[in-house]
Write a protein that binds this ligand. Structure first.
Ligand SMILES: [Ca+2]
Length: 483
């Protein structure tokens, strides 16, 4: 009785086209700052990820999933809302969406699901994310109560680990001997890098253990057969060139697995270009809700109220092998801990090429994360006698206004083709797509960057105002002493 009433109530709202009993649960597992390459199943033979490797064997691996941002908070907002970051307002780090914006938690709750998020939140406004919060990542007792609460009601759980976010202090460090590791070619090999790499890998293994425990719990609860499990690696690690805080592929590509028994072919791959913003429409379609009819509560610059993302359910079921032609990303440095000057980035990538615009190339890119402390200080020390390393280090601080890469020939994005006339047509085409995207997003480039702290909490805004005052006083003193 309860069952059919729920179904009728949902049906009356015009929402799901499949009955409650047939709707899948969703378990979305989100790592934290994990470079896509650093999983056993992605080819890293030194990092221990047995549980993720096992899940991969039962899943489809998406080889071209991209986040539209490259820090925690805007990435997660995009993943949970189906909206790009400037449009939703959640584009700097430590940010929030505009009031009234809806998330996957809102949509699925309205459709009769119970919804929860475990551990790391990093999203706001609160009213846009109406989940039950489960504290901590390692204790699954409350998680189990949530899964078992009501057999007749479908659920969605976002399990957001803190691992392997720096500082790297957790996990089975005995598995890794710094001296014996292979340092990836995009990092500089020295003792400091090796120590940190071992510590980072230990946290990757900690995450792997959490994934193993979650999958075991799902089985114990009898939910494995009717749950769509998606794992995403979030964005790149906080190593310089590990990817975080950059729009290179190490930063924006997310290793992604989808496990859904009977629906998704085990051990398969898809090269379809997809983005985090496509995940919510995909979940909704899997729940029988037509994503094209959903009002996301936050219009774009043209006044449209639908998702930026589109469902790739037919990619998961093997009916199609494409979703979108290009993916987009932005990076906002204003408001990041330790930033000195705005250094905004915009990027567009198709299956082969990527165009990056650095909107303030006259500035120096300086934040705490990659430009201060270790390992960068040890790299700078080594660079004093190594010109090649010196130019690699300098690239972290200063780049030209345009970068163009052929990802097929140059997977680490080291060979900038932006000034090569052979690629002028490619550059023009990508530039046009990027401009159209920015217009639709209401993205005014540097002007948008300069008001980024207005999208952060009151404390960060106060800190920014104090910073600006300090800078003005310094400049005054400089001028006074010069005259
Ligand atoms: Ca992160």
């Amino acid at each position: 009785m309860k069952h059919s009433l729920k179904f009728l109530a949902a049906f009356a709202l015009g929402l799901p086209s499949i009955s409650i009993a047939d709707r899948p649960n969703f378990l979305l597992i989100v790592a934290d700052d994990l470079t896509w390459r650093d999983h056993g199943y992605e080819g890293n033979q030194e990092v221990h990820t047995p549980n993720l490797d096992d899940l991969r064997g039962r899943s489809m691996r998406l080889t071209r999933m991209f986040t539209p941002a490259t820090t925690c908070s805007p990435s997660r907002h995009a993943l949970y809302t189906g909206l790009y970051c400037v449009r939703s307002g959640a584009y700097p780090n430590h940010t929030k969406v505009y009031k009234g914006t809806k998330s996957v938690f809102s949509h699925l709750k309205e459709a009769g699901y119970r919804v929860a998020l475990q551990n790391k939140s990093h999203v706001g406004e609160k009213s846009s994310f109406p989940y039950e919060h489960i504290q901590g990542a390692d204790d699954l007792s409350e998680t189990e109560r949530f899964m078992r609460r009501d057999e007749d009601q479908p659920w969605m759980l976002v399990y957001a680990s803190n691992d392997p976010h720096g500082r790297w202090t957790r996990g089975p460090s005995h598995l890794y001997d710094p001296a014996k590791l292979t340092v990836p070619p995009y990092l500089h090999d020295n003792a400091t890098t090796r120590e940190l790499l071992a510590a980072y890998y230990a946290e990757v293994s900690q995450l792997d253990e959490q994934v193993g425990n979650l999958m075991e719990l799902l089985n114990d609860c009898g939910a494995a057969d009717n749950t769509l499990v998606m794992y995403v690696s979030e964005q790149g690690s906080s190593f310089p060139y590990g990817g975080k805080w950059s729009v290179y592929d190490n930063g924006i590509r997310a290793s992604t697995l989808v496990y859904w028994p009977g629906k998704v072919e085990p051990g398969s791959n898809s090269d379809a270009l997809v983005q985090y913003i496509d995940v919510v429409p995909t979940f909704l379609e899997a729940a029988g809700i037509d994503p094209d009819t959903v009002d996301v509560g936050c219009p774009d610059a043209l006044g449209e109220t639908g998702f930026d993302g589109r469902s790739f359910l037919n990619v998961l079921t093997g009916e199609k092998d494409t979703c979108r032609e290009v993916v987009f990303a932005q990076h906002t440095t204003v408001g990041i801990h330790g930033y000195q000057e705005p250094y905004p980035m915009r990027a567009v990538r198709d299956a082969r090429y990527k165009l990056i615009l650095n909107l303030a190339p006259e500035n120096r890119y300086t934040i705490s994360g990659i430009h201060k402390g270790q390992p960068i200080e040890s790299w700078q020390e080594d660079a004093s006698t190594d010109p090649a390393l010196a130019s690699k280090v300098e690239w972290l601080f200063k780049r030209p206004g345009e970068e163009l890469y052929d990802l097929e020939a140059d997977e680490y994005e080291m060979n900038n083709l932006a000034d090569d006339p052979q690629f002028a047509a490619v550059k023009r085409r990508l530039r046009q797509q990027l401009d159209e995207w920015m217009t639709r997003q209401g993205d005014k480039g540097i002007a948008t960057e300069l008001v980024a702290t207005s999208r952060q909490g009151a404390q960060r805004q106060k800190k920014e105002a104090q910073r600006q005052q300090r800078k003005a006083r310094q400049q005054k003193r400089k001028q006074a002493s010069a005259s």
